[in-house]
Design a protein around this ligand. Structure first.
Ligand SMILES: [Mn+2]
Length: 179
């Protein structure tokens, strides 16, 4: 991840809680700089504190919890490698792309966490070894195919996507998960 041009602090935040299952959070606080980083980082702490809850329950609890914040977009990914399962729940401009043996195309519910949101969508999928998941904030254009980066390992892939598709005027962050 990197901050928008001219900013020192990124208003995006990422969290990876490795385990069985693994939880990944991608968050984008409204606006830029330290004020935007606050709700994004608070959301990461909130997920860490509620990691036993399902992504959809975390998200609906967060809608109330962040009512007095400036608001944010975020997605929670839950990856259970042993069970071959993947759950996704997002609100706002967070995108997920996959290269997978069965189709994985979740969408984030339009809206802002901390403002009234209509029914929050969540998605459950099967995972197979070799599958690749890429989640990113709207500081990265979603006009790419995972396949075009698939020869790279996770960290270089995230860096290449950021470099080639990052928008300089926004905080940008990207997480790559390879099974
Ligand atoms: Mn953004």
């Amino acid at each position: 991840m990197r901050p928008a041009e001219g900013q020192i602090v990124s208003g995006d935040a990422l969290l990876v809680l490795e385990g069985q299952p693994t939880t990944v959070v991608v968050a984008d606080g409204l606006g830029h700089g330290a004020g935007a980083a606050e709700p994004a980082q608070a959301f990461c702490h909130f997920v860490r504190a509620h990691s036993s809850m399902g992504p959809d329950r975390i998200m609906s609890a967060a809608s109330t919890e962040f009512v007095h914040s400036r608001g944010l977009a975020a997605a929670v990914l839950r990856i259970d490698v042993a069970a071959g399962k993947f759950s996704y729940c997002g609100v706002g401009n967070i995108d997920l792309h996959a290269r997978s043996s069965s189709p994985i195309r979740p969408i984030s519910t339009p809206g802002i966490i901390g403002r009234p949101v209509r029914k929050i969508l969540h998605f459950d999928y099967s995972l197979t070894p070799g599958d690749i998941l890429v989640a990113h904030t709207d500081g990265i254009s979603s006009r790419f195919e995972v396949e075009d980066f698939a020869e790279l390992d996770s960290a270089p892939m995230a860096a290449a996507i950021l470099e080639r598709l990052g928008r300089s005027y926004d905080d940008a962050s990207c997480v790559v998960i390879r099974l």
